[in-house]
Design a protein around this ligand. Structure first.
Ligand code: FHN
Length: 469
């Protein structure tokens, strides 16, 4: 967007903010402008989620129980004065923003979404409107500023913020936790809380460089409404017109499957959590967020880390349905990633270094189902390039691509720098690709198949009608 169009946008947004018309706001952005705004994110396909804050200090343990995560204050019923004591213990002296960004980039991730404020209300940045922030800890460094600088220096990776609408600390947030008998709600003013939240969002959007995504969360309590969400969407876009905002800004997300219930709801993409939709929906933007183990925030005892094979195949599955994969790390109170996360990011990066082309900038599979794996695709001159993600390498060396009527142009292993041609034969409505005996990758071997003309397959994926956006 050039300066003139941004100025026009900003004036239009200011007018719309005054008019308060969500549908007019949405109508104002043409489909082409919407697509241009989301393009980098759609092409990225893969990002790093980071849940980090005071909850890393107890590391999942409280009063002898060890199965807590970032919800420890609520789930362990820790009174505010007791929880606030973690401020004096949060001193992540091993934190190195450049190292975090290096690991994310090396893993093939194109954006980082980090918790600027989770439900506990603690700001991981230097906030002028709150004393419950990182400057009130012994660390006294603006973590988000250092990450913004590290992303700028490294290039090729966008910084994004997760910001919780729900706030268990601010006196004006309602409702209180039902077990909090020591924090009466008298005098609390929710609209005043919204002004506070907007003030922190303005700090985040205007002081840390251009952001990629504002990833809202904690929108499910009965005080938050779709109207508040649409106002917040307009407010954030007014501060940075080309920012992308998830659908948790509003109040119409239908549970963990993460899609909104109507097309008019605020937000640019759906947010399935710990789950992958059965199908994608052409033209529908969504991102599955997922933990590597069982917790978002650091739990020192949680060793239930997913195998790399599982996460690589999830990445291929999600991309084959046209979605993004936001994979989480919960850093320790010392400011480092758990070693199990570091190792998995490294191994995922090794696969992405060879096969990233089959993920980045791809579109969803043209096939309804492939018994041996998944497919992604890209348009090429005069036809289409299919990336065949082979999970189960055929023992007989024959890869059957079913129900495709296009003429084959070329096939080769993506891992083969020479792109040595593999033989392709037609057998009725299938194409048979002859493969070498050994699979190039134990988890997901990618075979490239270029075909002539517009993709013509027998059984297209049947979009899940329940998915709205
Ligand atoms: O309550 C949060 C949870 O702590 C975590 O942040 C996830 C990640 O998206 N979102 C909420 C649970 O749906």
């Amino acid at each position: 967007m050039n300066r003139t169009s941004i100025r026009r946008w900003t004036c239009a947004l200011a007018l719309l903010a005054a008019l308060g018309s969500p549908s007019l706001f949405a109508q104002l952005e043409t489909r082409a402008a919407h697509d241009a705004r989301l393009q980098w994110w759609r092409d990225a396909r893969f990002g790093l989620f980071i849940h980090w804050g005071l909850y890393a200090v107890p590391a999942g343990e409280w009063n002898g129980k060890t199965n807590y995560g970032e919800w420890i204050r609520n789930n362990a019923h820790i009174p505010l004065p007791v929880y606030d004591k973690f401020l004096s213990q949060f001193n992540p002296v091993k934190f190195n923003a450049d190292e975090w960004v290096r690991m994310a980039k090396a893993a093939g991730m194109k954006y980082i979404v980090i918790t600027s404020k989770h439900h506990d209300g603690f700001a991981l940045f230097n906030s002028q409107v709150s004393d419950f922030d990182v400057m009130a800890t012994p660390f006294k460094r603006d973590i988000l500023k250092e990450l913004a600088e590290a992303c700028r220096k490294a290039g090729g990776i966008r910084l994004c913020f997760y910001h919780s609408i729900m706030d268990w600390h601010h006196p004006d947030y309602l409702p209180r936790r039902d077990w909090e008998t020591d924090r009466p709600a008298a005098g609390a003013n929710f609209d005043r809380y919204i002004q506070y939240m907007k003030a922190q969002l303005k700090e985040l959007i205007t002081s840390y460089g251009p952001l990629g995504v504002l990833w809202f969360d904690g929108e499910w309590e009965n005080t938050w409404t779709e109207a508040y969400g649409r106002d917040l969407y307009r407010y954030v876009r007014g501060l940075q017109p080309d920012i992308i905002i998830n659908n948790r800004v509003g109040a119409s997300r239908s549970g963990m499957e993460g899609f909104s219930q109507d097309k008019e709801s605020a937000g640019d993409f759906g947010t399935p959590e710990q789950t992958i939709p059965a199908t994608g929906v052409p033209g529908l933007d969504w991102e599955t967020c997922m933990t590597m183990n069982d917790n978002w925030g650091y739990n020192s005892r949680d060793k239930a880390f997913k195998p790399v094979r599982t996460m690589l195949r999830m990445l291929a599955d999600i991309a084959s349905k046209g979605g993004n994969y936001l994979l989480n790390v919960g850093p320790t109170a010392e400011g480092v990633f758990p070693p199990e996360s570091v190792e998995r990011l490294r191994e995922i990066g090794a696969w992405m270094a060879v096969n990233g082309e089959s993920i980045y900038g791809t579109q969803s599979s043209p096939f309804k189902k492939l018994d041996w794996g998944r497919s992604t695709q890209k348009a090429i001159e005069g036809g289409a390039r299919l990336y065949l993600h082979v999970f189960d390498w055929p023992a007989d060396g024959r890869l059957v691509v079913p129900g495709i009527f296009n003429a084959p142009k070329k096939a080769y292993l993506l891992s083969d720098a020479k792109k040595s041609a593999l033989s392709v034969a037609r057998q009725e409505d299938s194409l048979i690709i002859s493969l070498p005996a050994a699979a190039p990758d134990a988890n997901d071997s990618v075979v490239v198949l270029d075909v002539a003309g517009k993709i013509d397959v027998a059984k297209q994926p049947v979009p899940d009608a329940a998915l709205v956006r």
